[in-house]
Design a binder for this molecule. Structure first.
Ligand code: BES
Ligand code: ZN
Length: 638
């Protein structure tokens, strides 16, 4: 890999990485294309990842081989990481990302160890791990362990699982957590192939975000699992889970992993997965990752879902019994194109992952469940965007391309990068027509498969392949306004006002003092959410009683509906909801649910704060480190 012909070609190769499969021949292509080729993308200021210490233009990791033992008693993962690197011939060092790793030694295979040092620690980003290179170093062999408080890892006691008998571990890499358990360059533009040998106590199963490379072996109280990802992926996409796991097939290339007692319910909810993969392929081209499996995690999982390649991770709170929340599955599946194939080069452009995916999710939902459900879900998402715009007063955080300083998303506020991003793409679809737009999108995924993407590069691609010099079209689209300006451009495509016509009437009737809608029980989940979210935020106890008694909201089985209700209830100090609230906050740890509720409670000094403190004392140990980090800021337990 060190046959550099010119400096430009060298940089190009470093950026594109050593790629191994189908569409990723970029390494070779760039040698031929030179400065005009694909690779200089990482060399532009807007592709710079301020959340990583790596300097990939000098030396970059292209393959990671892990051999790790999972130690539940010590809450550590430890062993060896072997990194294969590309480097400029005169590079003196390589910089990796490190957050709290305990490094024992670093060598390159020759007799002498390599000198290394860990720089000053930044609270968010961790620290640079700088390793000196000898002229012929092409491989780093790092012996290390993760710290017990590694941000990517949540260690569950048997009591925190559904089966109650065995411990459980899972990781969450996005956005910048994997540096707490893997010493590599943790930047989404630095794609890497990887493999792993994972040793766990016998009786537990280890699954990862890659195809299995050999059958597990159990010997001497230990089971050994092997995985290998042949495509180059962003390092945040390396994921692991270990527990008492069972598998059931859903279709020829889809299946679900979960704890045995969850298997029936999970498989029933996910019954449409195989159809979703087919629908997605029909829209935007082949699914390039082989299998599409899902892992349904214990309720402590901090996100709705995470698009780990070949193995989406899901919260169990999406199981409603009626498939009403499987938009989440469509979303994570869609990331197999937008996010995993074409990946934001830096977190400032995460709308390229999440906005595209939210749009694509809705198209999959339309294909499987029809235009009515899709239109309702799109309208709800539009409402979320409007809420975010109002909260931000159309300020700088309402731009799609975020300022570098704001740019490490944690899956929190989503109204802009998800919902405004999707509205942007829906607006283009409306202007150019669905057929033209779909053809463009499909070609976009083909052209940029396995490559990093920036806003500027997307816009240039759109202009070259869709606008093609049509001045009138260029003016109509307002592309730069959408991507770089705050607020909402005037050409926005708004949701169909008919989507919620009946529900909106019911909101008005109830707000004027009428009865709670008797049709509620028969409404779609989107209709229920629209109703609850459109009600006035301030209401008296009698009105809340009327809702709760008729609609049985404290007992809502659908977790999204329950959340929408509890949000309304606590804003009005509604005591009869407190028991349901406590149950909700102590039975699952999905950040999107627990964080806003506890924050709202904490702001209400007299009524809410004592409740928040009481609940958080019990719930904190069950929450993920990322969630604990947010909620500790409220100083509830001081
Ligand atoms: N990739 C995100 C989760 C994420 C984003 C984790 C940023 C860490 C940092 C995932 O695809 C996602 O968006 N999940 C959503 C669900 C979706 C249906 C909006 C979630 O977790 O709620
Ligand atoms: Zn997403």
């Amino acid at each position: 890999m060190t046959m550099f012909r010119t400096a430009v070609a060298a940089a190009a190769l470093l950026l594109a990485g050593c790629q191994s499969s189908e569409n990723d021949q970029a390494g070779t292509a760039n040698l031929q294309q030179g400065a005009a080729g694909i690779a200089p993308i990482l060399d532009t200021p807007e592709a710079k990842d301020n959340a990583s210490f790596a300097r990939p233009l000098e030396a970059r990791v292209h393959h990671v081989a892990l051999d790790l033992t999972v130690d539940f008693d010590a809450k550590r993962i430890g062993g060896t990481a072997i990194l294969d690197i590309d480097r400029k011939p005169d590079a003196k060092e390589i910089v990796l990302d490190d957050k709290g790793l305990e490094i024992e030694s670093i060598a390159d295979g020759s007799d002498e160890p390599l000198p290394w040092k860990v720089g000053a620690t930044d609270e968010k980003l961790g620290a640079p791990l700088t390793v000196s290179l000898r002229p012929d170093t092409e491989r780093l062999i790092i012996k290390y362990k993760s710290a017990p408080d590694a941000g990517a890892l949540q260690w569950l006691t048997p009591e925190q699982t559904s089966g109650k008998k065995k411990p459980y571990l899972f990781s969450q890499g996005q956005a910048i957590e994997n540096r707490t358990w893997i010493p590599t360059q943790d930047s989404p533009g630095i794609r890497q192939t990887w493999e792993a040998t994972i040793r766990v106590p016998a009786g537990l199963t280890a699954v990862m975000s890659a195809p299995k490379s050999s059958e597990p072996i159990t010997q001497g109280g230990e089971s050994v699992f092997s995985y290998r990802m042949e495509h180059s992926v962003a390092p945040y996409m390396i994921a692991i889970a270990v527990g008492d796991l069972a598998f059931r097939e859903l279709g020829p290339r889809t299946g679900v992993w979960t704890e045995p007692v969850m298997l029936d319910r999970a498989a029933a909810e996910l019954a449409d997965t195989e159809k979703m993969v087919a629908a997605a392929e029909k829209l935007y081209g082949p699914y390039r990752w082989g299998r599409y499996d899902l892992l349904v995690l214990p309720p402590a999982f901090p996100y709705g879902g995470m698009e780990n390649p070949t193995l989406t991770f899901l919260t169990p709170t999406f199981i409603a019994g009626d498939k009403s929340l499987v938009g989440l599955v469509a979303h994570e599946l869609a990331h197999s194109w937008s996010g995993n194939l074409v990946t934001n080069a830096s977190w400032a452009d995460s709308w390229l992952n999440e906005g595209f995916t939210s749009y694509f999710e809705n198209r999959i939902m339309e294909a499987i469940y029809g235009p009515k459900r899709a239109a309702q879900e799109a309208a709800l998402s539009f409402d979320d965007m409007e809420k975010a715009r109002a909260e931000e007063k159309d300020g700088p955080n309402t731009r799609l391309n975020l300022a570098a300083a704001e740019a490490v998303p944690d899956g929190g506020a989503s109204g802009i990068i998800y919902d405004k991003g999707a509205v942007f793409l829906r607006t283009i679809e409306k202007i150019v027509g669905r057929e033209t737009w779909d053809a463009y999108l499909r070609s976009y995924f083909d052209r940029h498969a396995f490559q990093p993407m920036t806003s500027a590069r997307f816009l240039a691609d759109l202009r070259a392949n869709l606008v093609k010099g049509d001045k009138a079209l260029e003016t109509k689209l307002q592309l730069d306004n959408w991507v770089y300006k705050p607020g909402l451009p005037s050409n926005v495509t708004r949701p169909d006002p008919a989507a919620f016509a009946d529900v909106d009437k019911a909101v008005q009737a109830f707000s004027r003092g009428g009865d709670a809608p008797s049709a509620f029980a028969g409404w779609t989940t989107a209709e229920k959410l629209r109703f609850l979210n459109k009600l006035p935020r301030k209401m008296g106890t009698a009105r809340l009683d009327a809702l709760n008694r008729t609609l049985h909201l404290n007992e809502a089985a659908n977790q999204e509906v329950l959340f929408a209700w509890l949000d309304l209830a606590i804003r009005n100090r509604y005591d009869p909801a407190v028991l349901a609230l406590e149950r909700f906050l102590t039975s699952q740890g999905r950040r999107k649910f627990v964080r806003p509720l506890i924050e709202t409670l904490a702001e209400d000094q007299q009524w809410g704060r004592p409740i928040a403190a009481r609940v958080y004392r019990v719930a904190r140990p069950t929450y993920h480190p990322i969630t604990q980090r947010d909620l500790d800021k409220l100083k509830l337990l001081a």
